[in-house]
Design a protein around this ligand. Structure first.
Ligand SMILES: [Zn+2]
Length: 263
């Protein structure tokens, strides 16, 4: 009898607590509209406010066929940039939705660290548009993996999330098991190009179970940002060593010389 009376208030308390929590969620939903991830002003719906949106720099042709870096003028012919000729990357072609500038950086950070998963569908759609040609040729998408410890801490991999959205938009598949990050590398922040390359050396591997997803296939690597290209090159080399037919790259934002923004 005594057990029963003790149980009832406990149950009531639990009910009350869940009602309160639901009510609080409702109140915060109503009271706190979504904020623009760049300027923190309230916005209607998800994503950037019109002022920040207009500051984003979408990359469109003419650009280097190989690196996807925009050219200041249209020469009329398909061309390679000096960078692509002097220091060719391991991958075949790269495309990016936007230049990595201040607004793009805030979008990437909001998705990665700010729990703004609502931004992923828009960012993924912009990427799918920028990478149309590459998607048409790809057999599968490969997101740049996080080390399991970082993924555990962050709870999700932003590149895998973007890859899923792009796959849905384009009718492609994601090869989730194709690539593994076997070395926990420190963040690349503040490192120069050769330090970045050294940092990711041997960091990626195609596991035995992922070989079938790689061998003989045309793959499209997906990442949020392309800076020095060290991470992307390390991933590309691991995929090519495991027999990939070709590797292209699609990112949300890429650093373009002359518009450098600190990470
Ligand atoms: Zn804004």
């Amino acid at each position: 009898m005594q057990g029963e009376t003790a149980e009832i208030p406990a149950k009531r308390f639990a009910q009350l607590r869940s009602v309160l929590r639901a009510g609080l969620a409702l109140v915060t939903d109503v009271a706190l509209p979504q904020l623009c991830p760049s300027c923190r002003e309230p916005v209607d719906g998800a994503g950037l406010c019109p002022a920040c949106w207009s500051k984003l720099s979408f990359i469109a042709p003419p650009y280097c066929e190989r690196l996807g870096i925009p050219f200041p003028f249209d020469s009329g012919a398909s061309l390679l940039s000096m960078e692509a000729i002097a220091d060719p990357p391991a991958y075949n072609r790269a495309r990016a939705a936007v230049r990595y500038d201040d607004v793009a950086r805030k979008l990437v950070h909001a998705l990665k660290y700010g729990d703004r998963l609502d931004l992923a569908p828009t960012m993924g759609r912009w990427m799918a548009r920028a990478g149309r040609e590459l998607l048409a040729d790809a057999d599968a998408l490969v997101p740049v993996p996080l080390h399991w410890r970082r993924q555990w801490a962050r709870r999700f991999n932003q590149s895998a999330l973007l890859a899923q959205i792009i796959a849905r938009t384009s009718g492609r598949v994601v090869a989730h098991g194709a690539l593994k990050r076997v070395k926990a590398t420190p963040e690349q922040v503040g490192l120069d190009k050769s330090e970045r390359a050294h940092n990711v050396q041997g960091a990626f591997r195609v596991p035995a179970a992922g070989r079938a997803e790689v061998a003989g296939r045309k793959l499209l690597l997906i990442d949020d940002v392309l800076t020095s290209g060290a991470t992307i090159d390390a991933c590309t080399q691991a995929l090519l060593r495991a027999g990939a037919a070709s590797v292209d790259v699609l990112v949300f934002a890429r650093v373009v010389a002359g518009s450098r923004t600190p990470i």
